[in-house]
Design a protein around this ligand. Sequence first.
Ligand SMILES: NC(=O)c1ccc[n+]([C@@H]2O[C@H](COP(=O)([O-])OP(=O)(O)OC[C@H]3O[C@@H](n4cnc5c(N)ncnc54)[C@H](O)[C@@H]3O)[C@@H](O)[C@H]2O)c1
Length: 307
Amino acid sequence: MRILITGGAGFIGHYLATYLTTLGHDVTCLDNLSRASKDAVDILRNNGIELIVSDVTDFNSLSAAVGLVRPDVIVHAAALISVEESLEKPKEYFEVNFMGTLNVVRAMERFNVSRIIYVSSAAVYGNPVKLPINEDHPTNPRSPYGLSKLFGEGVVKLFSQLNNFEHIILRLFNVYGPRQKLTHYSGVIVKFVHNVMNDLPLTIYGDGEQTRDFIHVIDVCRAVELSLTTKHFNEIYNVGSGVPTSIKELANMVQSIKKSKAGIVYEPPRAGDILHSYADISKATKLLGFRPSINIVDGIKELLKLR
Ligand SMILES: NC(=O)c1ccc[n+]([C@@H]2O[C@H](COP(=O)([O-])OP(=O)(O)OC[C@H]3O[C@@H](n4cnc5c(N)ncnc54)[C@H](O)[C@@H]3O)[C@@H](O)[C@H]2O)c1
């Protein structure tokens, strides 16, 4: 199958590209390199995967790339991804995540691309009103990031009906794995692993009892693989582990695996932080055959061994 991955030089994108190439697919990546890591670009190059430098907000350039590749499926993962940053720069988030997605579906129409897998986020749910969160849970995003991803979903669904292409929306929970970049906006696992490797204390905001659903990037690749051919398209699927892990549990896990004695620093809770979040993945299990294969303890051990 010929596959175009937008955001293909990002954390999830470059894993997807190598994973799908190994399965025998003909993969091309598209990325504007604004948030790509050198590691990811090198890995694409070393695996002979073509990378087109293009911006999803530039319709002409994007459309030319789609016309060149003529993919059977587009996996649309290009996005700006930080909740915190989106509060500072909402306009940029809507431009890339919403208008960028509109450009992708318009380019699909022009070249008759038959399927899109839209990489969405659990951020569309906002503060859960019931747990675990299933796909029918109300959407009530609490950040420009979450809203921009939800608008992206809306665009994908609408144009899928208007132009008769197939879509699958994957709402990812907290994705982690090797080669995730450490920045000011990084997720908790990247920060904890970095601190423990440098013998620094871990910072927990609030009492640490808040829970999250961590899913390994390889399991995300598996969900995308299943989405390429599923007959259950035009559906939304949660992609998580289905298992809640508290931040305190995670901190203890990371420190005990590394035998760190640096301790934990408790800071006041951050405004807007969600208390509990974990996925009901029964729909993805039933219709896609999705079963996460890497538990959090093994995933963390892998990270600590690699760094
Ligand atoms: N990482 C997570 O925990 C997580 C959770 C839920 C959903 N997601 C979704 O997964 C997708 C990939 O996230 P990631 O963690 O790999 O992030 P990432 O920042 O590593 O990758 C995103 C890629 O998109 C590229 N990009 C940004 N703006 C672009 C533009 N205008 N044109 C072309 N390329 C552009 C960046 O350069 C980057 O390489 C995103 O759609 C995100 O919303 C991620």
